[in-house]
Design a protein around this ligand. Structure first.
Ligand code: BV8
Length: 255
C-alpha cells in the first residue's frame, strides 16, 4: 500500500481502458446524505442502522422501518449530486469516448449517481425509490409512490404491505447486478474505490477480487479502511475534493 499521490492515481486512470468505479455512502456525504454508519439523529437516535436494515426489523415493526426508509427517500430526493458524482460521470463519459469501459458499481441507495447523469449504474443494494409489495413482489413505478407516503406502514391497493426496494442484511444481492459487478471487477485495469468502509460483504469482496485479478486499486477516503492495504494508491481526502482533481489531471491534455 502507498499513500500515493493524486498524480499517480491520475496517471493510472489516463492509461486505463477498463475501469470500475465502486462507491459507498462517503461519496454522497458532501451532498448531505448521512453515511450509513453516521450517528442517527432525532427519532432515530436510539437505533443502529444495521438493526433497522433487516427483514426481521421490518416484520417486527413495519411502521417504524417503513417510516425510516421513507424519511431517507424524501431526504435523498432534496439532496443534489456533489462534485464527486459529477466527476465520476465525466470520467465514465471520457473513458467510453476513448472506446474504453467504465462500470459504475454503487452500494448506495440514494439515486444520486443517476441524477448526476451516470449510465448503467449497478445498484448492488437496491434503491430507496423502488418499493414493492411484500407478498406480491410487484415493484411500483416511482410515480405510483407518493412522497411522502400518506400513512405507515404503506400498503398497495390490495392491502399488501409495501417494503423498500433495498437489500437488507441477511438478504441476497440481486443476482444479475452482482454478476455484472463481479465480471467487471475481475477484468478491469483500474478499480477506483470511493467513500466506502469496505466492511459489508459480498460488495466489499469486489475490491479483493479486482486486486487479485491484477487491477490497480485506488482508494479515496478520509480514513483508512480494511481495503487500504490492497490499494496501489490510497488518498486520504474527501471525495468531493479529490475525485474531480484526479479526473482533471488524468485527462488534462485532452488528447
Ligand atoms: C448477504 C441497503 C448472503 C440498506 C445495505 C449473518 C447473516 C447474513 C449475512 C451476514 C451475516 N454476517 C455477516 C453477513 C454478511 C453481511 C455483512 O457483510 N455484514 C457486515 C456488517 C459484517 N452482508 C449481508 O447480509 C449481505 N447479504 O450476505 O447475502 C446471505 C443471504 C442470506 C443468509 C446469509 C447470507 C447484504 C448486505 C447489504 C446490506 N444493505 N444497504 C440500507 O441502506 O438501509 S449495506 C449499507 O452498509 C450501505 O448500503 C453500504 O453498502 C454498506 C457499507 O456502508 P458504506 O457505504 O461503506 O458506508 P459507511 O457508513 O460504512 O462508511 C462510509 C465511508 O465513507 C467511511 O469509510 C468514511 O470514512 C467515508 N467517508 C465519509 N465522508 C466521506 C467519505 N469518503 C469520501 N468522502 C467523504 N466526504
Amino acid at each position: 500500500m502507498s499513500d500515493g499521490s493524486i498524480g499517480e492515481a491520475a496517471a493510472l486512470l489516463a492509461d486505463a481502458r477498463r475501469v470500475v468505479v465502486f462507491t459507498g455512502s462517503g461519496v454522497s456525504a458532501e451532498s448531505g446524505v448521512p453515511t450509513f454508519r453516521d450517528a442517527m439523529t432525532g427519532l432515530w437516535e436510539k437505533y443502529e442502522p444495521q438493526a433497522l436494515a433487516t427483514p426481521q426489523a421490518f416484520d417486527a415493526d413495519p411502521e417504524l422501518v417503513s417510516r425510516w426508509y421513507d424519511e431517507r427517500r424524501c431526504a435523498a430526493m432534496v439532496c443534489e449530486p456533489n462534485d464527486a458524482h459529477v466527476a465520476i460521470t465525466e470520467l465514465q463519459r471520457t473513458i467510453e469516448e476513448r472506446a474504453g469501459r467504465c462500470t459504475l458499481v454503487t452500494q448506495n441507495v440514494d439515486g444520486l449517481h443517476e441524477r448526476a447523469g451516470a449510465s448503467g449504474v449497478i445498484e448492488l443494494h437496491g434503491s430507496l425509490f423502488r418499493w414493492r409489495g411484500r407478498r406480491s413482489g410487484r415493484v411500483l413505478e416511482p410515480d405510483e409512490i407518493p412522497m411522502p407516503f400518506e400513512s405507515y406502514p404503506p400498503r398497495d391497493e390490495s392491502g399488501d404491505l409495501l417494503r423498500p426496494g433495498v437489500v437488507w442484511f441477511g438478504e441476497s444481492l440481486p443476482r444479475e447486478a452482482f454478476e455484472a459487478a463481479d465480471e467487471a471487477s475481475s477484468s478491469c485495469d483500474v478499480f477506483l474505490s470511493i467513500g466506502t468502509s469496505a466492511v459489508v460483504y459480498p460488495a466489499a469482496g469486489l475490491i479483493e477480487l479486482a486486486s487479485s485479478c491484477g487491477a490497480s486499486v485506488i482508494e479515496v477516503n478520509p480514513n483508512e479502511t480494511p481495503a487500504t492495504p490492497l490499494a496501489r494508491v490510497s488518498l486520504r481526502g474527501r471525495a468531493g475534493a479529490v475525485v474531480p482533481e484526479i479526473v482533471r489531471l488524468a485527462f488534462a491534455s485532452g488528447d
